[in-house]
Design a protein around this ligand. Structure first.
Ligand code: SF4
Length: 343
């Protein structure tokens, strides 16, 4: 069985290289090829002897992503990728251009079991977790394809990162490694639909990333109707975990709130939301919902978005309305894969 080399940290790689009878510095060279240069094949590692490259082929595998399909927005340079994995499963990633640089939204699982009603990723359930290497290789494949360096990452694609906690953490460790991409943890956002134990586990790690919590409703009845996860960890438990998280880390939480016409965009919802988050170190990100066929959910009208935003701003909250990127290329998570596996 070949080992997944791209998921290994430098100490693990060093131990493996020594086991092969090689000097430790070879591990540093291999790590740099994999994580700094984004090498997709051992044969690219031209400063290694040919015999060592052959040994690496025999003992390790580099899990990559093959581009199955690519859609480029005509409006804003957003690129949506459908990647094929080594076992012919599909995942999606999105490249977005902002004033501050390139950002990639990565998937953490094939499918998702969380069942959020507005989301295409969950419609066929979860197939499997992604290895850290498979989360990384989305970034590396996109960098290679575009000849760019990504500066920001959002773990907001297909899957719930806390449902794949250890691999998500290993991904963060590797993408921020100073011997590799050396990405700033402050440039990374991790999004959860509200898996409370994951919030506490992340708090223990005290990372400088931004935790995004998909809230989408201010009370249990409404939230449970949109997000089944709420039945397991209701709003009070979730908000307590968020308050505990900010107390433990001093990091501001970003609450995502997808506005659905006539469902959660009423003045009453805005009032309840303001009461719920009162006094918390947080930011509220309003998102006119991405319309997905079969969910029956429609975007809020612009005037209702404005009204919701103004109410929260008037209550002193830091609130923004997220720019919808790639609206012409189905940039909402899971839509491309869904079309591919259910033609
Ligand atoms: S929104 Fe996120 S957590 Fe919810 S079903 Fe979709 S991928 Fe899963």
């Amino acid at each position: 069985m070949k080992r997944d080399v791209l998921s290994m940290d430098l100490p693990e790689l060093t131990a493996a290289v020594k086991e092969m009878g090689q000097p430790a510095y070879r591990a540093g060279q291999i790590f740099s090829w994999l994580h700094k240069s984004g090498a997709a094949d051992f044969d690219e590692m031209t400063n290694l002897p040919k015999t060592l490259r052959e040994t690496l082929h025999d003992n390790f595998v580099i899990f990559g992503c093959a581009i199955e399909k690519k859609l480029i927005s005509e409006y804003d340079e957003t690129v949506k990728y459908l990647f094929r994995l080594h076992d012919s499963e599909f995942i999606e990633s999105v490249l977005m251009k902002y004033k501050y640089g390139w950002s990639v939204c990565v998937s953490s699982q094939v499918g998702c079991r969380m069942g959020c009603r507005f989301c295409a990723s969950t419609m066929n359930g979860v197939v499997r977790n992604l290895a850290a290497s498979e989360i990384l290789s989305q970034v590396y494949a996109i960098q290679r394809d575009n000849g760019i360096r990504v500066s920001h990452i959002v773990m907001m694609g297909m899957g719930e990162p806390f449902d794949n906690f250890d691999n998500a953490m290993r991904f963060l460790e590797l993408i921020t490694d100073e011997n590799g991409q050396n990405l700033s943890m402050r440039h990374i956002s991790l999004s959860t639909c509200g898996v409370v134990p994951g919030i506490y586990k992340l708090a223990e790690k005290n990372l400088q990333l931004t935790l995004s919590v998909s809230l989408h409703a201010p009370d249990n009845a409404l939230r449970s109707s949109m997000m089944p996860v709420n039945k397991k960890w209701p709003v009070e438990e979730l908000i307590k975990a968020c308050r505990d998280y900010t107390a433990a880390t001093s990091r501001r939480i970003s609450f995502e709130y997808a506005l659905v016409s006539g469902v959660n965009d009423t003045p009453e919802c805005a009032q309840k939301l303001a009461a719920l988050l009162k006094g918390m170190l947080c930011h509220v990100n309003l998102i006119p919902v991405n319309e997905v066929d079969g969910t029956g959910m429609k975007k809020s009208a612009p005037e209702n978005v404005k009204r919701f935003e103004s109410y929260l701003a008037g209550k002193g909250f830091a609130v923004t309305v997220r720019r919808t990127l790639g609206s012409d290329i189905n940039a909402a998570c899971g839509q491309l894969r869904r079309t591919r596996i259910n033609p």
